[in-house]
Design a protein around this ligand. Structure first.
Ligand SMILES: [Zn+2]
Length: 156
């Protein structure tokens, strides 16, 4: 199984080649380029979120727990004692839940259909925040670069 560095390099090279081929159709400004570069890295690693020992699994799990702790803390804010207990409790609960939940590796996140759902989700976020869909296109390409590389390695 290729590690995260191989998936990152392959994702960036895959996107760079396809961008070069279709460069007349894709108008990149500095904002779209910067956001796309960040999302290429994220999307090229994301399919392995279903693997307990992958870096992306640990990052996504940590981000979900941190966001939950902050949101619960803000909701309970005026009462600091309850905010602390609720934040700590929800963080522990999510940690246990996400550690216990073990989906099949190379299951649903390693499918073309999921790459479309992932890219639509990214597209909605980038359209409303940065008014561009180009990062979603590169996310789609990078995500599929991961699936293609895994399939190539499996067949060897
Ligand atoms: Zn994979």
């Amino acid at each position: 199984m290729p590690d995260y560095k191989v998936h990152l390099i392959f994702g960036f090279v895959f996107c760079a080649i396809l961008y070069y081929v279709f460069r007349q159709l894709i108008l990149l400004d500095i904002k779209s380029t910067a956001i796309s570069l960040l999302l290429i890295g994220f999307a090229a690693l994301f399919p392995d979120v279903d693997h307990q020992n992958s870096k992306i699994h640990r990052w996504v799990k940590s981000i979900i727990i941190i966001i939950a702790i902050i949101v619960i803390g803000v909701i309970c804010y005026p009462n600091l004692k309850i905010a602390f207990i609720a934040s700590f409790g929800s963080g522990m609960f999510l940690y246990i839940l996400l550690t216990w939940f073990k989906p099949k590796h190379r299951g649903i996140t390693h499918t073309f259909k999921f790459s479309i759902i992932f890219s639509i989700f990214i597209g909605i976020i980038t359209l409303f925040t940065f008014h561009t869909l180009i990062p979603a296109l590169f996310s789609f390409l990078a995500y599929n670069s991961h699936i293609i590389l895994d399939k190539l390695v499996q067949e060897l």
